[in-house]
Ligand binder design. Structure first.
Ligand code: SF4
Length: 667
């Protein structure tokens, strides 16, 4: 086994502040952030645990695998900037050398290059990214229809462009050639348990080590899975464009000079705009209680000269799917109660709640003008009646690992490893009927899970209700896998027919009914949800207004002999009240999914769209179950919690359906 310590930041006596890759990458989203970046007093949603991030996005594994592409590379292991630069320079005095984590410094610019190869007077840079890429499409993925660089690739290319700039300054005589190294969706993995052979290990503090199995050192599997893309032509195009950093704009080289000259201050004054919506320097309730400062709030209150509590009723950034925040802010408004109809360009429709209407309802709620659900009642009643009983409520848990766990699969391929299923009969009887969790290490789960689902839904032709389009999308991807698979299951035709019966086709409607995106979003506005129709926001909001749910779920009958049959709960009461008499969020009644405070942060990270992407909790769970990091007891406990969470996900849909039905009959 070879252990590479991938990121180990230790600041010694030479801990001078530099414009590093990561500071540059942050600053080009908004240079004001440089003031908060190193100040531990400010909360940072991206300052997440490295172990959690490694499990969720596979970035460290991709980095370690890429090193296998270049046998014989020498790791810069010195501690502190000066020593790292010295070690790198000594190696670069050779004619031909390959260096991992080379340290290059010019003035206050400092980079650690993932892979640097010097061949005579040429220096090749290889930046490794856990970014989904498909070599069959190559340039089309990077250049848009109008010829510009696509926005999702810009951050990766800017990262390399910054490094190229530093290398050109450091080695003006050399020819610099740059590359991105990414997992390639065009490639099939020829061996099982690849990801498991890049073992993620937690180190002291929040660091991560990857233990590489010796079987990978020949680079054969790395070559299979990774694509090396030369990027100089893209960098030339990108660096000739204006560098828009939040609401600052510079020519590329001038931007670097500006950022470098501010590295010790003064700070860049806040220029509030659309980009602030995704600012990572915001504190959760818990962090605020612990005394952490909120950089976002700091920017806003200072810019608008407001007291800290002036934005308690919400801001323009709380508006659902609103992309005109910059315009409204330029007119001098940020607090939600100050907005007027023209700010959201209100345009109401009869048969549905338009986007601008939803945003306006949020403004009204912030002023206290709305405190009840707002529904397009007749259309909602029609939709809820247009279903076939018995109703089946399903929810999937899925993962898309950067490095495949299974033979014959591709990077970022869709995995379906769990579902839960509740049935609601016409007479109101509810049953948690089936569930399935397939976490066997090295076993591709999709076809077995699909087979179980097909059996669970085969007794009748009732509607199959899900929330949002994820389940439909996943079924579509599994159909493609079934059609393309070289290892054809004997019942492939039946499984494909089952998927078609769910999703429908040109002539048939299919059994799937999207209760979230197709029914709740266009027809229901609930106070307390910030306009969101996520089931985790909708459920607590609906519970407040539903007397029937309070009655039905307010006693210990869930999982009892006379109550609702459950596969994971016994005598459970879902509606419980806190000391202030408010209904507790049912999800808060479950213990953490991971029984680990660091990993349980993924739940909140999922909700906040921060460093851990959507679905991060499921990805982390599946990665853990595929690894040998868990003891048998911990593994069992994680499986138990996954089953309980997934059961609540489908029960939440049942409750939402019942509460919406009730709302249609309320005057
Ligand atoms: S709130 Fe806006 S201006 Fe302030 S740091 Fe965040 S993105 Fe920049």
């Amino acid at each position: 086994m070879t252990v590479y310590i991938l990121r180990h930041r230790i600041f010694g006596a030479d801990a001078m502040r530099y414009l590093t890759k990561s500071r540059f990458n942050t600053a080009i989203t908004c240079p004001t952030k440089l003031a908060y970046l190193d100040d531990k007093a400010f909360a940072n949603a991206d300052r997440s645990n490295e172990f959690l991030k490694a499990l969720a996005d596979g970035g460290h594994q991709v980095g370690a695998l890429a090193k296998c592409l270049f046998p014989g590379g020498i790791e810069i292991s010195a501690i502190g900037h000066d020593a790292q630069v010295e070690q790198t320079n000594a190696l670069l005095s050779e004619d031909n050398v390959l260096i991992f984590e080379a340290a290059i410094r010019v003035g206050r610019l400092f980079i650690r290059a993932d892979l640097l190869r010097k061949i005579g007077t040429t220096i090749e840079l290889y930046e490794v990214k856990a970014k989904s890429f498909d070599s069959r499409e190559s340039d089309k993925l990077i250049i848009g229809a109008k010829g510009g660089i696509k926005s999702d690739f810009k951050p990766y290319l800017y990262d390399v462009a910054f490094q190229r700039h530093v290398l050109r300054l450091a080695f003006p005589q050399a020819k610099i050639v740059t590359h991105l190294v990414m997992p390639d969706k065009a490639k099939l993995c020829s061996e099982s348990m690849l990801a498991q052979r890049l073992l993620i290990k937690r180190t002291d503090g929040s660091g991560v080590e990857i233990e590489i199995d010796e079987s990978l050192r020949d680079g054969i599997l790395a070559n299979q899975m990774l694509h090396i893309l030369p990027v100089d032509k893209f960098l030339d195009q990108l660096t000739s464009e204006t560098l828009n950093a939040g609401r600052y704009a510079w020519a590329f080289v001038d931007g670097i000079a500006e950022l470098e000259s501010h590295i010790d201050g003064p700070t860049f004054p806040s220029r509030i705009g659309n980009h602030c919506k995704s600012c990572e320097f915001r504190a959760t309730k818990l962090e605020a209680q612990q005394g952490m400062r909120d950089g976002q709030l700091n920017c806003w209150t200072q810019t608008f000269r407001l007291p800290n509590d002036a934005l308690a009723q919400g801001t323009v950034f709380d508006l659902y799917s609103f992309n005109k925040a910059s315009e409204v802010i330029d007119s001098g408004k940020i607090a939600l109660p100050d907005l007027e109809t023209e700010d959201v360009k209100l345009k109401s429709e009869k048969e549905k709640i338009s986007l601008s209407h939803r945003q306006w309802l949020q403004c009204e709620e912030s002023r206290g003008a709305i405190d009840r659900p707002f529904l397009i009642k007749d259309v909602l009643a029609e939709k809820l009646e247009d279903v076939v009983y018995p109703l089946h409520f399903i929810d999937f848990e899925t993962a898309t690992p950067a490095i495949p766990f299974h033979v014959g699969r591709r990077p970022y391929e869709q995995l379906l490893f769990q579902f839960s299923h509740h049935r609601l009969d016409q007479d109101g009887r509810i049953t948690h009927v089936t569930q399935h969790l397939d976490s066997r290490p090295g076993e591709f789960p999709n076809f077995d899970v699909l087979r179980e689902l097909s059996q669970a839904l085969s007794d009748d032709n009732g509607s199959v209700i899900h929330w949002w389009n994820h389940e439909r999308t996943v079924l579509g991807k599994i159909k493609d896998q079934l059609i393309e698979s070289t290892d054809v299951p004997g019942d492939r035709d039946q499984l494909v027919a089952f998927i078609d019966s769910m999703t429908g086709g040109d002539e048939s409607k299919g059994r799937l009914v999207d209760l979230g995106m197709r029914i709740t979003l266009p027809l229901v506005f609930l106070p307390g949800t910030k306009g969101s129709s996520s089931i985790k926001k909708v459920l607590p909001a609906l519970l407040k207004f539903s007397n029937q749910l309070k009655e039905r779920y307010g006693k210990p009958s869930y999982g009892s002999a006379e109550g609702i049959p459950s596969l994971n709960f016994h005598d459970h009461t879902w509606i419980q009240y806190d000391d202030a008499g408010l209904i507790r969020d049912p999800y808060s009644l479950l213990a953490g999914r991971f029984n680990d405070p660091d990993l349980d942060g993924t739940e909140e990270a999922d909700e906040n769209n921060s460093a851990v992407a959507d679905g991060g909790a499921a990805m982390v769970a599946y990665s853990l179950l595929q690894s040998n990091l868990l003891s048998p007891v911990a593994r069992k406990e994680l499986e138990r919690q996954l089953l309980r969470y997934c059961e609540l996900d489908t029960l939440a849909m049942v409750m939402a359906f019942q509460a919406l039905q009730e709302q249609t009959s309320v005057n």
